[in-house]
Design a protein around this ligand. Structure first.
Ligand SMILES: [Zn+2]
Length: 186
């Protein structure tokens, strides 16, 4: 839910409801909650509302080979261990740094349940907007789909510290620290 005061950049937005999604044993999306729809709507993802994601494979909704592999690794980990897989990530919007925590658990049918907990948000000092590139070009940057950092001139930087952070084209991957984080979960 978008907070009108937060839009001014003066007030930290309120905590948002957990966004939930479940896939069956074949990774087909079988359930999303009401908060999912609100989240999609608020993040220019109205096309991703409930009716349009149910029945689709989760991996088809994820951009980039490395991000797909990360998702596959999390799914495998959830299905082969007792208890939740928990990891923190960012899900920024152009105005907000949004700090999230994913809880991922499997049941005996092989279904996997994601609950995305909103920890807190901060407003960016300036607008930070990236566009997903349809293919990699000379100026395409890599953005980590977990921590949202961006690789520029060989260095992974916070999105707000990139030299050009409005409408730069990015492809999505996973940075070395997030890969390491997953290894430590397993
Ligand atoms: Zn990362």
């Amino acid at each position: 839910m978008r907070d009108a005061l937060a839009e001014t950049g003066n007030v930290a937005p309120r905590r948002e409801a957990a966004v939930e999604l479940s896939v069956d044993r074949d990774n087909v999306i079988v359930r999303v909650n009401t908060a999912w729809d609100e989240f999609a709507q608020d993040n220019d993802g109205a096309h991703l509302r409930q009716g349009s994601v149910l029945g689709f494979n989760l991996l088809d909704a994820i951009s980039g080979r490395v991000s797909k592999n990360f998702t596959l690794a999390v799914l495998a980990l959830a299905r082969h261990r007792e208890g939740d897989v928990v990891f923190d990530y960012r899900c920024d919007s152009p105005r907000l740094r949004r700090f999230m925590r994913a809880h991922v658990s499997a049941d005996s049918s092989g279904a996997v349940h994601y609950s995305h907990e909103h920890l807190y948000s901060e407003t960016f000092p300036h607008m930070v907007a990236f566009r997903t590139a349809t293919q990699r070009g000379r100026d395409t940057l890599m953005r980590c789909s977990i921590c949202n950092h961006v690789r520029q001139a060989g260095l992974w930087r916070t999105p707000e510290s990139c030299d050009t952070c409005v409408l730069n084209e990015v492809i999505y991957g996973v940075c070395p620290s997030c890969e390491q984080m997953l290894k430590e979960c397993s």
